[in-house]
Design a protein around this ligand. Structure first.
Ligand SMILES: Cc1cc2nc3c(=O)[nH]c(=O)nc-3n(C[C@H](O)[C@H](O)[C@H](O)COP(=O)(O)OP(=O)(O)OC[C@H]3O[C@@H](n4cnc5c(N)ncnc54)[C@H](O)[C@@H]3O)c2cc1C
Length: 382
């Protein structure tokens, strides 16, 4: 087993760290405060190749491996988790699904503009009455004589929904068949019949714009079906398996930022005449934070390694996401505590890390759903 990174992996890690520290970190607090989508830095992310990291160059991407994607996501999320969310949805949920299930024509038309960063992609699975139980969705697509479909209904909680030009959306085409009656569609949000609804005011990742979207007699041509009709649930779940590696990386990035801030503060802050880092109770927190951070990072890299070597990785992606998101909650919580009153102040980024960490336990499958996936894989029971 070799824990060393390749030259290409070190290069993208360095490039992502430079971009994150010089261009993202300085604007993170202001965008968190205003909730404004960071269009300019996302455009830069596209120019630097971070919007299609694993996408082959022939489809506008950087042609790198999954470990490279993890390394870039960690650096970007350590500077700002909102940027991490947008990058992860673009890479994992949008590009990855079309690369895996799309035709050659679909990859050319639908991946190139997004992986190259000219446009932004989104993923629309959740509905007001179906989140964890995605197969209970109600958005309906009805087949037409020309082979196309008419789509009606609402999706909610769509990351980048307010700005995305394109999205992958999941619709019920045969309600009698339940999960086997779902079909994935490629949606151009500039077409008639698509509109955007309520923006979600959020606890964290506030600059990653989130809204509901509405389909009103939206026409999707037959060439916009992604994968086979009726196989949409499989597409959705397969995309989420890979997506969880991105969310685990985001959690590691947030956790690392909170951990580093805590270590630095514990060396500078004096109490009772000594650095607070010399108190055993603070040292215990730092040791526990470091163990959880390293475990989360290693599990995430393991899941990425399995994926890039075409080995089964679904269970490991869930283990990584569950461990990393809970580590991020623990570490950001302890970091606020180590900072005392300053941990509660908006003058430092620690309270933002704490608010941002929470989402990693919720989206792309809650922690309860991850436990369910892991336990089912272990026991074979449903
Ligand atoms: C900021 C943000 C961004 C998002 N971005 C996107 C996006 O881009 N695209 C998209 O499609 N969706 C997105 N989502 C939706 C997200 O994936 C869902 O919120 C999530 O899957 C949970 O679904 P829910 O909110 O309906 O909760 P529910 O499914 O209603 O769950 C409520 C609670 O019940 C628990 N629960 C549910 N079922 C079980 C069970 N079988 N066993 C044990 N416990 C269970 C859950 O774990 C949770 O604690 C986003 C959400 C947020 C908050």
């Amino acid at each position: 087993m070799d824990f060393r990174l390749s030259d290409d992996q070190i290069a993208i890690q360095d490039a992502a760290r430079k971009f994150a520290r010089e261009e993202i970190a300085p604007i993170a607090a202001a965008h968190d405060e205003s909730g404004e989508f960071p269009l300019a830095t996302m455009k830069r992310a596209g120019e630097l190749g971070f919007m299609g990291i694993e996408v082959p160059d022939s489809y506008g991407g950087s042609g790198l491996d999954t470990i490279s994607y993890v390394l870039a996501m960690i650096e970007i999320s350590a500077a700002d988790a909102s940027h991490g969310t947008i990058v992860s949805v673009n890479n994992s949920l949008y590009c990855n699904g079309i690369l895996k299930f799309g035709t050659e024509a679909q990859k050319q038309a639908w991946v190139v503009p997004i992986a190259s960063g000219q446009e932004i992609g989104a993923y629309a699975l959740t509905e007001p009455h179906s989140g964890s139980d995605a197969s209970a969705m109600k958005v309906r697509a009805v087949k037409q004589a020309d082979g196309g479909y008419i789509i009606n209904g609402s999706k909610c909680w769509i990351t980048s929904g307010p700005v995305a030009q394109r999205m992958v959306a999941f619709c019920m085409t045969d309600p009698d068949k339940g999960a086997k009656g779902i079909t994935a569609f490629l949606i151009d949000t500039r077409n008639p019949g698509f509109s955007r609804g309520k923006h979600e005011p959020k606890l964290g990742i506030r600059a990653s714009a989130t809204c509901s979207v509405e389909f009103t007699d939206y026409h999707a041509g037959a060439d916009c079906v992604l994968g086979e009709p009726g196989a949409g649930f499989k597409v959705a779940m397969s995309v989420l398996d890979a997506g969880r590696i991105g969310i685990a990386s985001q959690a590691v990035g947030i956790a690392r930022a909170a951990y580093e801030a805590a270590v630095s503060f514990s060396k500078d802050r004096k109490s009772f005449g000594q650095a607070i880092g010399s108190f055993q109770m603070i040292q215990q927190k730092i040791a526990d934070m470091k163990c959880r951070l390293d475990a989360a990072e290693l599990l995430t890299l393991k899941a990425a390694w399995l994926k890039q070597n075409n080995l089964p990785f679904g269970r490991e992606a869930s283990i990584a996401k569950l461990t990393a998101s809970e580590a991020a909650m623990y570490i950001t919580h302890q970091s606020v505590q180590i900072h005392g009153g300053m941990g509660y102040s908006k003058e430092m980024p620690v309270e933002r890390y704490f608010r941002d960490a929470k989402i990693t336990e919720i989206y792309e499958g809650t922690s309860e759903i991850q436990r369910l996936i892991i336990a089912r894989a272990e026991t074979g029971l449903r």
